[in-house]
Structures are given as C-alpha cells and as structure tokens.
Ligand binder design. Structure first.
Ligand code: 13P
Length: 251
C-alpha cells in the first residue's frame, strides 16, 4: 500500500522573525503539490507567528514535555504547542536523546502526551556509526522503536516514524538504498507486529542529509513514506525540489 508522502522540515535551532517570510514562501509553494503532505517544525518561539502567517499549512514543534503542566522550567506542553497553532511535533530526535539524555521511556511518554491531545507526532529512531559498523543497526533501531512507540496504535492523531541514522545527520553521508530499504522494511514489520492492521498505515520517513540531488532515489525505496529534512529545509530553493521529488514519485 503506497502511503501519501510526508516531507517535513526540522529547522532545529534556526529561525528568527526575519525568517517568517521564508516559511510563507515554502507554504505558498507547497500548494502546488497537493499529493504530498508538507510541514515545517520550527523553534517553539516561532510557532505562533508562523502558524498565523500560513493558515492551513502544518507548523510543528521539535519537542514536547510529557506532562500537561507543572514545575518544569523551560519546557513546553502539548497543550501549549496546540494553543500556539502547532499541528504536529517531533519527539525523540537523536540530538535530544543525546544532549538531553532522553530515554526511550521518556520519548514514549512524550509521544503519548502529544497524540492524546491531538498533535500528530514524528518519532525519531536511528543508530550511531559504531552500531552500524558493528552490524547491530537493525536490532538497535527495533529496540528503540519498541521502547518508544505507544503500546496501542494511536487513534486521536497520527504517528509517523523517522529513521535517522545519527551518522547521516548533517554529514552529507547517507546509507545505501539497500540499507535504507532493509531498515524501513524491518520497522514496517515491527509496526505491523505491534499494531496489526494500523501498523501498515504508519508513515516511515527517512532523515539524514536529504537533498534535492538524492531525494528522488530515496523516495523510490519501498516503505519510504517521506523525509525529515534538516539543513535543506531552511530555504525554499533547497526544500521545494525535495517536495517536488516526492510528488514525482507519487505520480
Ligand atoms: P540534515 O538533513 O541536516 O542532515 O538533518 C537531518 C535531521 O536531523 C532532521 O531531523
């Protein structure tokens, strides 16, 4: 079953009010590709202004706290993201798993909190270079997936998985098509095992050095249902050719 492709940008810690015009340019250009879902996950402080600037276009957060409210200095709840106009959020990005020492259990709690209040979730998994070279990439990613996804298939909102090999993020290196195909097939298998029928409807995105020059090949790999794009999502000139590549594969 071919799923509609989702191309989401992760702006990470990039973006000031002067970049709102670029978000508008991307949202406007995305209207030419109705066969692809397009989203931008921007810094929390930009969400409200971005969402107001581009009504109907999916703006997302990059992290969420698992509690609804409380004494958690510097954190943002799912309700706050929704209230600001977000439609989705990333959880479990490797940069947070690493720098903020987020565990699988914490990522799972964040995903459940977000989905439970109607925010779509892109949940990230991915192995280090050491694990890849040690031949344990698939086992490691499936263990991460098992520990991080909600126990039941979500009904309130959409869960998507992003496979992002850590060594491919921001490096210009990407796995071979066979390695991506093997990992996405393994993730699909585990989702179907865990969620039965709904497991085949969960979109599995690839992330890590996706650019216009490699997007077409990546999108044609079975079970690649889109991309999570970092650096190449900051400018419409770099991002829109990736969206166009997704549309071309759909066609
Ligand atoms: P790059 O596309 O810059 O490699 O980043 C990937 C990523 O981490 C997206 O979440």
């Amino acid at each position: 079953m071919a799923l509609k492709k989702l191309v989401a940008g992760n702006w990470k810690m990039h973006g000031l009010s002067s970049d709102l015009a670029e978000i508008s340019t991307i949202a406007e250009a995305a209207r030419a590709y109705p066969s692809v879902d397009v989203a931008l996950c921007v810094p929390a402080i930009l969400i409200e202004r971005a969402a107001r600037a581009v009504p109907g276009f999916a703006i997302g957060g990059q992290d969420v706290h698992q509690e609804a409210k409380g004494a958690h200095t510097g954190c943002t709840s799912a309700q706050m993201l929704l209230d600001a106009g977000a439609a989705l959020t990333i959880v479990g990005h490797s940069e947070r798993r690493d720098a903020q020492r987020e565990s699988d259990a914490e990522v799972q709690a964040k995903a459940e909190a977000a989905l439970g209040c109607g925010l779509n979730v892109i949940l990230c998994v991915g192995e280090s270079l050491e694990i890849r070279e040690g031949g344990k990439a698939v086992d490691t990613v499936l263990a991460q997936l098992d520990g991080s996804i909600p126990p039941q298939p979500p009904e309130e909102a959409e869960l998507a998985i992003a496979y992002e090999p850590i060594w491919a993020i921001g490096t210009g290196k990407i796995p071979t098509a066979d390695e991506i195909a093997e990992m996405h097939a393994a993730i699909r298998g585990r989702l179907v095992e865990r969620y039965i029928a709904p497991g085949s409807g969960v979109r599995i995105l690839y992330g890590g050095s996706v650019k216009a020059s490699n997007a077409g090949e990546i999108f044609s790999i079975p079970d690649v249902d889109g991309a999570l794009v970092g650096g190449a999502s900051l400018r419409a000139d770099d991002f829109m050719p990736i969206v166009a590549a997704a549309a071309a594969v759909e066609a």
